[in-house]
Design a protein. Structure first.
Length: 369
């Protein structure tokens, strides 16, 4: 029997926590039973395109986030669902435009319309305010709901019932990197073994608070002059953050490494992980860093449910000096029990994939009669 095909609705499939989680699930599910296809809101080459197609997925790319042509988008949605009656389940990860694609799917007879909340707040700018306004209609046409955390679900779904599904990762991949990964990466980055390498993974956006991260690093350097800061990611604010690094006098100690696909090797190269985000749902990068055994220093705006390992420290954003003191005086030994702690807490991707796969198969059987 052919696998059931589930349509994953995304902004696009570039590097990001939400996208990484969906790909983690896609790799781990039994694709003889469940196959993923993707509907994008950008028509551009994306990081995961090749892997999606290699795994058997089909990608449809719309242009509404580039041309803002709403009438054309609505016509495209109706034509798409009319041409694809095989989709009995759609899984929407993009709440802002959910009011449009869920309604189009409902009108064309798609019986299972799943919504997934991946965050606890919106960007503090005009785009974020528009996203919040549009996302308020996301819940209306849903039949089922998932969220990465309790707080994320309550933010998007209110009093409607939802299932909390932790953002699992391949714990084995992060807990057991190649034996020489640390040495090779540090040599590649020009980091000596006697230097303290602090790391961060995230797109350059207001939410991720790179400006605050640089100020924390600047406060740490007088205490720890052998420290370096490694930033993985790309985004609209990267140029601005590079200028701030120069203004703070730390540019020569900061490494801008760009978007990387072998992120597990970079965790091996790090000595500690920093996540001073203004808000998060349940950050995949924090799960990855913990699974790698890294000591993690995290803003207290992040849901404490994201911490499963024994070496995570939550800190207030109000003072970079508090962070600098905590990092300087902490034991930065890797956690040897991290993988087991991740698995015990349900953060292994095989657990997440099994839950979703069973859900898809059960709901498909229900609507097929």
């Amino acid at each position: 029997m052919a696998p059931i095909r589930v349509l994953q609705v995304m902004p696009a499939m570039d590097a990001g926590g939400m996208e990484t989680f969906v790909m983690n699930v896609y790799r781990a599910i039994d694709r003889d039973l469940v196959q993923f296809d993707f509907l994008y809101h950008y028509d551009k080459p994306c990081l995961y395109d090749y892997e999606i197609q290699a795994l058997g997925g089909q990608i449809t790319k719309l242009t509404v986030r580039q041309d803002n042509n709403l009438p054309r988008y609505l016509h495209q949605l109706d034509a798409f669902f009319a041409a694809h009656p095989e989709y009995r389940i759609i899984h929407g990860h993009y709440s802002g435009f959910g009011m449009f694609y869920n309604a189009a799917a409902r009108r064309r007879g798609v019986p299972v319309r799943v919504g997934h909340s991946h965050n606890t707040a919106y960007e503090p700018n005009l785009v974020g305010r528009l996203d919040k306004l549009m996302s308020a209609r996301f819940n209306k046409d849903l039949t089922d709901r998932f969220a990465c955390s309790r707080k994320a679900g309550e933010m998007l779904f209110g009093s409607s019932p939802f299932t909390v599904l932790p953002n699992g990762v391949d714990t084995d991949r992060f807990a057991h990197p190649a034996p020489d990964a640390r040495q090779k990466l540090r040599e590649h980055l020009g980091v000596r073994e006697d230097e303290l390498l602090l790391g961060h993974v995230g797109r350059f956006s207001a939410q991720k608070n790179h400006a605050g991260l640089l100020r924390i690093f600047a406060a740490l350097l007088p205490k720890q002059p052998n420290a370096r800061l490694l930033l993985l990611g790309g985004g609209a604010l990267e140029g601005e953050i590079k200028e701030l690094a120069k203004a703070l006098g730390v540019a020569d100690r900061v490494i801008f490494a760009g978007v990387r696909t072998n992120v597990q090797a970079f965790y091996a190269a790090m000595d500690a992980f920093l996540l001073p985000s203004l808000f998060e749902g349940l950050p995949v990068v924090l799960v990855e860093a913990q699974a790698a055994g890294l000591p993690c220093f995290v803003s207290d705006t992040v849901d404490r449910g994201a911490a499963f390992a024994s070496n995570v420290t939550f800190l207030p954003l109000k003072s970079p000096d508090i962070w600098a003191h905590a990092i300087h005086y902490s034991d930065l030994t890797r956690n040897p029990h991290a993988q087991q702690q991740a698995m015990d807490a349900g953060f292994d991707i095989h657990t997440s994939a099994r839950i979703l796969q069973e859900f898809y198969l059960r709901r498909y059987q229900e609507v097929q009669g």
